[in-house]
Design a binder for this molecule. Structure first.
Ligand code: DAH
Length: 361
């Protein structure tokens, strides 16, 4: 650079500035549409540009030292040119700096301002799970029939899950109720029938209770099975209780759940803790018995098991079967829920997908 004439050097300095400044020029001319942080970055870039072209170490500052080397008759003229270049750079930079500063200030104000006329964001309130909704309906029906509600443990000993329910060790009924065992001789209960035993031990007899709750089985999940599901157990023990009371109670419960024209049907069956035992079905709530997809065209929906409490179960809790008799029943809440809401896959109830759960209430 030094072998060029001062005037040529000054021309190069001006060119270099114009080249670097070109990009920023639109800020002085056009409306600015940057995001706030982009604008801040541009502001820093302009500061850097000013240092590079007008700072103490800039080429322009160096060119001032050349003034003395210019021939005396041209010196004043050259000095003025340097001065003019400096003023021009400063003016152009100043304009851009000002515009950016104003823009940043208003962008900050806009970001911090609150539109008090905007509607507030309504907090999303939670609601009950479909199984809870159904459980509460069941509870209401039985409370109205004079039943207490029992809630009991989900981890059990063999005694409550099997022995006291007349399922001794090596009884085949243990196999279809295979559950999850811990190493200390405990197991997750495979049926809410365990609460029959707890309730009679706690309350003595007579007793009338239902026990809704979670049960577990060693099942592979599929559209109709889940290793964890819900049942409700019912137990009524008193003097002179007969099968007629069982049929009347279950029939009344189903009428209150599904409407007064609901018909109940009992089929002989086997359960270790009842004798005699029966499974019960009710007339399809959808087609009223004529046959549809829900009842698989049979007109009936199978719901649960029941029977007269086995004398061995009464004996297991120290109740004299000569003096007392009772009935018991059990049914699956989630199965009932899946039927009522026409769910094709019972696992939907346990996946906790809010898009599904929000459909209820
Ligand atoms: N515990 C039985 C099950 O899980 C259901 C059941 C059947 C309960 C008959 C009862 C009953 O109380 O009497 O399949």
């Amino acid at each position: 650079m030094t072998d060029q004439s001062p005037q040529a050097q000054l021309d190069l300095i001006q060119k270099a500035f114009e080249h670097d400044f070109e990009r920023f020029f639109p800020y002085a001319r056009d409306p600015i549409t940057l995001e706030l942080d982009q604008a801040l970055a541009e502001q820093r870039a302009v500061i850097e540009l000013r240092t590079r072209h007008l700072g103490k170490k800039s080429a322009l500052a160096a060119s001032k030292k050349l003034i003395g080397r210019v021939a005396p008759e041209e010196r004043a003229g050259f000095g003025q040119k340097v001065q003019a270049a400096e003023e021009k750079f400063d003016m152009l930079l100043h304009e851009v700096e000002e515009r950016l500063r104003e823009y940043i200030e208003s962008a900050r104000t806009a970001r911090e301002s609150i539109d008090v006329t905007m509607p507030g964001r309504r907090p999303r309130s939670g609601h009950r799970h479909p199984i809870t909704l159904l459980r509460e309906r069941l509870e209401d029906v039985f409370v109205a029939l004079g039943y207490a509600i029992e809630d009991d443990r989900e981890i059990e000993t063999d005694f409550y899950n099997f022995d006291a329910l007349n399922i001794p060790e090596n009884h085949p009924a243990r196999a279809w109720q295979d559950t999850f065992y811990t190493t200390e001789g405990f197991a997750l209960r495979s049926q809410t029938s365990t609460v029959q035993i707890h309730a009679m031990q706690r309350r003595g007899v007579p007793v009338r209770m239902i026990a809704p709750g979670r049960v577990f089985r060693r099942d592979t999940p599929d559209p109709t099975h889940n290793p964890m599901f819900f049942q409700v157990e019912g137990l009524c023990v008193d003097r002179g209780i007969t099968m007629a009371h069982l049929k009347g109670t279950v029939g009344e419960f189903l009428k209150r759940m599904f409407g007064p024209d609901t018909v109940t049907r009992f089929r002989p069956s086997y359960f270790p803790f009842t004798e005699p035992s029966a499974e019960f079905d009710f007339s399809c709530f959808k087609c009223k018995g004529s046959g549809c997809r829900i009842c698989k065209n049979s007109g009936w929906i199978e719901l649960g098991g029941s029977g007269m409490v086995h004398p061995n179960v009464l004996r297991a809790v120290g109740v004299d079967p000569q003096e007392y008799s009772g009935f018991a029943f059990g049914l699956g809440i989630d199965r009932m829920c899946a039927l009522m809401y026409e769910l094709d896959d019972i696992r939907l109830l346990f996946e906790n997908d809010v898009r599904f759960l929000e459909k209820f209430e």
